[in-house]
Ligand binder design. Structure first.
Ligand SMILES: [Zn+2]
Ligand SMILES: [Zn+2]
Length: 358
């Protein structure tokens, strides 16, 4: 299984200009030139009306409205027109992604990584399928692999993956699930492997694939994912030192439930990202972050970790395990100056910047 650690790219950078200086057009509805409040998304300006829309792209957070080129999945998620070309909604395309990944992994890891029973049924499912939906910890399943063993040891494999994800992320899931199938075929029953280690080996495949595809962002995501409780870092370190063949050989011939990584590589703290899935309530942030800056004529507001401030205001900001009392000292065109109870001195944040208050 591969966890869903979908980070919803919240609508962050926000900016408005005075009426006279804008030649912005809304990327959602096309309206413009815009005046007054303008919100800047990763795809460009958004008018204030569209900003208030209730539906958002499940991949990037952009507001969507009917007829704007976005699509809706069977389970009610929206995908904006910008993400649509890279999102996999179609089963044939998902099968292609899986087949490509499988071929690349066998090239990377060697012929021993091919399946003895090569038939794999690939399916795509909507989010409703996953029973974990609605759990507030934000961890859900992106994929699932199963192998059934019939008489005479004949295996039949099945992989199901979540629809409507970006192609590169689906590929990472495909690598993970394919590895489960390989482990199912190759781990002898007497070799019990700890769950986190099994998952970390599957993540290691995704990692090696993304390394081969030169996708540093995906590598970061895999390392930061708390799903394996940090075990992925040990596996990456082990593989670096001993090679992938040693990992695969250990699955087949090892006797211990975990794979020991070199001492120096252990105990690297795992940064846990804020995990937000579209239908689940967002987890509280654990840092102070300038999510938005709104300049509207003379009035200026900022959004600090979800709480809106005008200059001079003092408000509590709830974080994951505590609440900080924050004084918004000053707001300029592109940054905010804050004073926080418990922090030694004032500091500034630009849009998208964050500060960890120990
Ligand atoms: Zn608009
Ligand atoms: Zn989008």
């Amino acid at each position: 299984m591969r966890p869903i650690a979908l980070i919803l790219f919240l609508f962050v950078a926000v900016l408005a200009s005075a009426a006279e200086e804008t030649n912005h057009f809304c990327v959602v509805c096309g309206k413009g030139p815009l005046t007054g409040r303008i919100w800047i998304s990763k795809w460009g300006p958004v008018c204030n009306d569209c900003y208030k829309l209730g539906n958002h792209c499940s991949l990037c957070g952009l507001p969507v409205r009917e007829g704007d080129g976005s699509v809706k999945t069977g389970d009610g998620r929206f995908i904006c027109k910008f993400d649509k070309p890279n999102a996999v909604l179609d089963l044939d395309e998902a099968k292609e992604v899986f087949a490509d990944v499988r071929r690349e992994l066998v090239e990377l890891f060697g012929a021993g990584f091919a399946l003895n029973f090569p038939d794999v049924t690939v399916n795509l499912f909507d989010v409703d399928y996953w029973s974990e939906l609605g759990r507030s910890d934000g961890l859900h399943k992106f994929g699932f692999a199963s192998t059934r063993t019939a008489a005479k040891g004949v295996c039949t494999h099945e992989v199901v993956m979540l629809s409507g994800r970006l192609k590169m992320e689906l590929a990472a899931t495909a690598a993970h699930e394919y590895t489960h199938l390989w482990i199912n075929e190759n781990r002898p029953p007497e070799h019990a492997i700890a769950t986190d280690t099994v998952e970390a080996i599957c993540e290691l495949s995704a990692y090696k694939l993304m390394e081969a595809r030169a996708q540093p962002e995906q590598l970061q995501k895999i390392l930061a994912n708390p799903y394996t409780h940090g075990e992925i870092k040990n596996l990456v370190a082990f593989e670096k030192e001993n090679g992938i063949a040693a990992v695969l050989n250990w699955v087949k011939n090892g006797t211990t439930p975990t794979l020991e990584a070199p001492v120096a590589a252990r105990a690297v703290p795992v940064k846990i990202p804020s995990l937000i899935f579209t239908n689940a309530p967002p987890a509280l942030p654990d840092v102070l972050k300038l999510g938005g800056l709104l300049l509207d004529g003379q009035s200026r507001h900022v959004v600090i970790s979800g709480v809106t401030f005008a200059a001079g205001q003092v408000k509590p900001v709830p974080l994951q395990n505590r609440t900080l009392l924050v004084h918004c000292c000053d707001i300029t065109r592109d940054e905010v100056t804050l004073e926080v109870d418990g922090a030694p001195e004032k500091f500034t944040l630009k849009i998208g910047e964050e500060k960890n208050i120990p």
